[in-house]
Design a protein around this ligand. Structure first.
Ligand code: GTP
Length: 629
């Protein structure tokens, strides 16, 4: 165990984690240089294209460290070419197993990051030299600190500029209290300083320690995937004892029992080893068929141990809960079966994805999708298109609401993800919505602009926190629904791309929320309904009525479009009737004949207006919703 180091790289998005991992793979010879494409560990097509890490990618590397007492000798001898590589080198070096977990940087996946941090003893905190400390630098650092990890700080991309190094060092020291002289300066691109950083992992990060001395086997699942041939594969960190093929295991969180089919390590491909020992990171082929039985955060023990010991999980196990919802309908109605099949396959590998059947009179059959956040939702969409060739249309994302209502003298609570499922207005006692703690990290220059922007949301300013004289953290609380649509783009645009944000779920809080309904020709069109803050209901109603006016084709009669809350109409637009001049073909002639025609037309229109029905086509809806092809 003394020669094992388990570590993560944590950073804000795009600060260079995956590129640094590439260099480590290269230095340790884990991946052949000719096969090493940039961001090697980002194996998913989407990850490579967008430059984001979505899945975690553990890898085991072997590094031969020249023992310190031989360092000078080794260099000298190597220079004189006297050292026989192989025999002599073995004598003066020690071999280390370095287990690296590359983590996803985005907020949506912070639960996974937190579990990855549980699986290691140390972390490299990587900060880019141009942008400096950003929102996720702060939040991930705090998570790592909470786990008591040894943190090594490094400034990346120093090949771009040296000018900012001093300032960024100050920022890091301010955040972490790591002395400036201990902060590494590297370029993951050129490799400068990377070897020293890797060796610092060995020198500074402690080896794994057993949890207890009873040698009871325990392993933490920090990720899992479904393999069509092998079933569910758990990515684990062994905390005590060891595990072999055919051992009978039990999962404390899900209660699943199974027999181990295979164990092995990531090199970086799955490589069977027959045994995984204390302190190691590797995989277990569980033989389970359902990923929901083998989720991130669960603890694996031996089935037999459960008889004799009261076993505590390594860490609390949380079932990932979707925060963001949207309806997906296939572009072509006859693609419903393909969409269903694709979602089922996606769910095999994504325990955080939920979906339930939904039908709409106009849109046909579809699904209500639940995801961890907007990026997660986008990834699901992309994968449907890319991996399964299913094109879908989606409603704009919304959050889940907790509704307290009265029925038959009793009080009930329910979570509602679609306005249609709200109980009738008179039964509702209150509607609660999710609130988040939001941190915006920005150069001080944009402080005013950020405050102005936040005034447009129902935000509560908490406090400011200096990172250095030029950068601050601004803390807010805000309803999640407010930041879902275009907040990211707006924040980037007011800060020339420099401000960044991160958030954490707080709780459901009562809100002054109402159901806004839209009527087309006096008929409520349920899929258009929204749950909105009462104070914004009118402006949202106006905006949406205008939009509907643009896309609903004119009818033979004039059509009213209305937005209402309860019995109150808040906005109205009219679509004028199509006018045909029924008399244009009558050249000259008797005016009374023409008037008769006009009168008849007027009456028919009146009739139509009274009894007419606006048939909204699928196409109309498609125009209103986002299309993803
Ligand atoms: P996420 O996976 O989204 O969290 O990003 P990441 O932190 O893994 O960043 P990634 O390694 O994908 O690098 C982001 C971009 O920065 C890529 O275009 C890299 O080529 C570039 N980059 C990374 N390191 C360096 C560096 O040392 N110097 C320069 N000039 N560019 C770098």
């Amino acid at each position: 165990m003394n020669n094992i180091r388990n570590f993560c790289i944590i950073a804000h998005i795009n600060h260079g984690k995956s590129t640094l991992a590439d260099r480590f793979l290269e230095i340790t010879g884990t991946v052949d240089k000719t096969k090493l494409m940039p961001q090697f560990l980002d194996s998913m097509g989407l990850e490579r294209e967008r430059g984001i890490t979505v899945r975690m990618h553990p890898v085991r590397m072997i590094y031969k460290l020249v023992n310190r007492q031989f360092e000078s000798l080794y260099d000298k001898q190597k220079l004189n070419s006297k050292l026989q590589i192989g025999s002599d080198l073995e004598k003066v070096t020690s071999e280390y197993i370095l287990n690296l977990i590359d983590t996803p940087g985005h907020t949506d996946f912070s639960y996974e990051v937190s579990r990855a941090l549980k699986a290691v003893e140390g972390a490299i905190l990587l900060v880019e030299v141009v942008k400096g400390v950003q929102a996720q630098t702060v939040s991930h650092y705090k998570l790592a600190k909470k786990e008591n990890l040894k943190i090594i700080a490094a400034i990346n991309k120093v090949d771009i500029t040296q000018a900012e190094v001093k300032r960024i060092k100050k920022q890091i020291t301010h955040l972490t209290e790591i002395p400036e002289e201990e902060i590494f300066e590297i370029s993951a691109k050129t490799g400068k300083g990377v070897k020293d950083l890797l060796e610092a992992v060995i020198y500074q990060i402690p080896p794994p320690k057993p949890l207890n001395d009873q040698n009871i086997f325990k392993a933490l699942i920090f990720d899992s995937e479904y393999n069509p041939y092998k079933g569910v594969i758990a990515y684990v960190r062994v905390f005590d004892g060891s595990i072999k093929n055919q051992d009978k295991i039990y999962l404390l969180g899900s209660g699943a029992k199974t027999e181990v089919k295979e164990v092995g390590i990531f090199s970086p491909q799955l490589t069977p080893t027959g045994i995984l020992k204390n302190g190691e990171i590797g995989y277990i082929v569980t033989g389970l068929k359902d990923i929901h039985q083998c989720r991130v955060g669960d603890t694996i023990v031996f089935d037999a141990q459960t008889l004799n010991f009261k076993l505590e999980p390594i860490t609390s196990y949380i079932e990932p809960k979707p925060n963001v919802f949207a309806s997906f309908y296939p572009m072509n109605e006859n693609e419903f079966a393909s969409l269903k099949g694709a979602l089922e396959k996606l769910r095999l590998n994504d325990a955080a994805l939920t979906f339930e059947y939904e039908a709409s009179g106009i849109l046909g059959r579809g699904f209500r999708i639940g995801a961890l956040g907007s990026l997660h939702l986008e990834i699901i969409l992309e994968r449907l298109k890319r991996d399964f060739d299913v094109n879908v249309i989606t409603t704009s994302p919304s959050v889940a609401y907790e509704v307290v209502y009265k029925e038959g003298g009793k009080i009930f609570n329910k979570i509602v993800t679609v306005p249609a499922y709200l109980p009738p207005r008179e039964k509702i006692i209150e509607i609660k919505e999710p609130w988040i703690a939001l941190i915006i990290t920005t150069p001080t220059l944009y402080l005013g602009a950020v405050m102005d922007l936040m005034n447009n949301y129902r935000s509560k300013f908490l406090h400011l926190e200096n990172i250095d004289e030029k950068t601050i953290n601004i803390h807010f609380e805000v309803p999640l629904a407010d930041i879902m649509e275009d907040f990211h783009d707006k924040l980037k645009s007011i800060s020339s791309g420099y401000a960044s944000f991160d958030y954490e779920f707080l709780e459901y809080r009562p809100g002054d929320l109402v159901k806004l309904e839209f009527l087309v020709h006096y008929e409520v069109i349920e899929p258009f309904s929204k749950i909105v803050p009462a104070q914004k209901a009118q402006s949202i109603a106006r905006k949406n009525c205008k939009k509907l006016k643009e896309i609903i084709p004119p009818q033979q009669f004039s059509v009213a479009i209305q937005g209402k809350v309860g019995g109150k109409i808040l906005a109205r637009e009219n679509i004028r009737a199509i006018t045909h001049d029924l008399t244009s073909w009558m050249y000259g002639g008797d005016i009374t004949r023409k008037m008769k025609k006009w009168q008849k037309q007027k009456e028919t229109k009146k009739e139509q207006k009274k009894f007419g029905k606006v048939t909204l086509t699928r196409e109309t809806f498609l125009k209103l919703l986002k299309t993803h092809t």
